[in-house]
Design a protein around this ligand. Structure first.
Ligand SMILES: Cc1cc2nc3c(=O)[nH]c(=O)nc-3n(C[C@H](O)[C@H](O)[C@H](O)COP(=O)(O)O)c2cc1C
Length: 349
């Protein structure tokens, strides 16, 4: 009888293991198409702020210029779809896409606008896959030079019947692309994208005098190494009326690039040991590695003041998590191993 009981618990533990591994993936997919790079830049900004799987749609035929001869090719592709939207042959071929849509709760579709409609290659993808997106949360991001996006929204609703369209849609004009990071950040807050428990982003708390700010941490080696230093109180020096910086007495891993625009609230690493907290938004020619971002910056400038200032960085207190059987702060396969060891009597409670 005891053996049967152990066997039953073992099966239960293995089932739990499979579930934990399934949950470890993102529950949001971003599917995008970009011809001249604007939507790519927007998706890039999105990825800096939100953990999602990303797939790119590509036309089967490479090197086509949809904008040549006053957009002749793009125009004829859109006309073909407009004239016969239910016929598969109206849609231009795209490269095969391997994705299991059933894995995702949320799908963000990011597309350029062509002749007021959704760009043809994205329409092809949705024509073939949209029905599998029924019941899922759909976010729509559209880039156009100037035209309004209402017909693209209509296309999306036609091609994803049964999609649960999140409001509002995000319309970014080509000229606003350099500002994509803040537009995307506002949009993500507005749609309040439902996330699975594993999507909890790591956060850090920042205390400046009596002010308390919460920052999300990047999922990168630099942020992980910085976390190891916490809690940490440092004096940060004022620079240029837009940042406070502090040279650590240790170095952190780097993967620097030029962000183009610095956003107020960005927490960056300059070089390999200089922590910078920005309290203004501006264009930069310098390169940094991202550590995190303070999303609510309403009082940040006021808190940091005009001179040097003491800043405390800390991690939020770890609360007991559902499923964290071994109490190590995360829910993963080691919890299952721990459970199996209890069942087999290797660990006694
Ligand atoms: C074939 C084609 C048709 C377009 N038609 C329009 C249009 O009707 N109105 C508009 O505002 N922009 C139009 N555009 C401009 C794109 O929507 C805009 O440049 C967008 O930012 C491109 O995104 P991408 O760089 O990711 O390809 C068109 C672009 C192409 C290539």
């Amino acid at each position: 009888m005891k053996r049967f009981y152990q066997y039953f618990l073992l099966i239960f533990a293995l089932t739990l293991c499979v579930n934990i591994q399934a949950q470890a993936a993102n529950n949001t997919l971003v599917v995008y198409y970009s011809f001249t790079g604007n939507v790519s830049a927007i998706v890039n900004a999105l990825q800096q702020q939100f953990s999602a799987d990303v797939i790119q749609i590509e036309p089967a035929e490479e090197g086509l210029d949809y904008a040549a001869n006053n957009y002749a090719l793009g125009s004829s592709l859109i006309s073909a779809i407009r004239n016969n939207p239910n016929d598969a042959s109206s849609y231009p071929a795209i490269k095969p896409v391997s994705v299991d849509l059933s894995r995702y709760d949320n799908i963000i579709v990011a597309t350029p606008l062509w002749w007021s409609q959704m760009a043809a290659p994205m329409q092809t993808f949705l024509f073939h896959n949209g029905s599998e997106m029924a019941g899922k949360n759909i976010g729509l991001i559209v880039s156009s030079a100037s035209s309004g996006i209402s017909s693209v929204v209509t296309d999306a609703k036609r091609l994803i019947p049964g999609g649960n369209f999140l409001e509002p849609n995000l319309w970014i004009k080509s000229a606003q692309t350099s500002n994509a990071a803040s537009l995307v950040s506002e949009w993500l807050a507005a749609i309040n994208l439902p996330t699975s428990s594993n999507q909890e982003t790591e956060t850090m708390q920042i205390n400046v005098g009596s002010y308390v700010f919460n920052a999300t941490l990047e999922d990168n080696a630099t942020a992980s190494a910085f976390k190891e230093l916490l809690p940490l109180t440092v004096t940060m020096n004022e620079l240029n009326g837009n940042e406070k910086y502090h040279y650590l007495n240790t170095t952190l891993p780097t993967a620097a690039d030029n962000p183009g625009t610095i956003q107020a609230g960005d927490i960056m690493l300059y070089g390999n040991n200089c922590i910078v907290v920005f309290y203004e938004t501006f264009s930069t020619g310098y390169s940094y590695t991202r550590i995190g971002h303070i999303s609510d910056t309403a009082q940040l400038k006021q808190a940091l003041g005009t001179g040097n200032v003491a800043v405390n960085f800390s991690l939020p207190a770890v609360m007991g998590k559902k499923g964290d059987i071994n109490n190590d702060g995360s829910v993963n396969v080691s919890d299952v191993t721990y459970l199996i060891n209890i069942i087999l009597g290797i660990i006694s409670l």
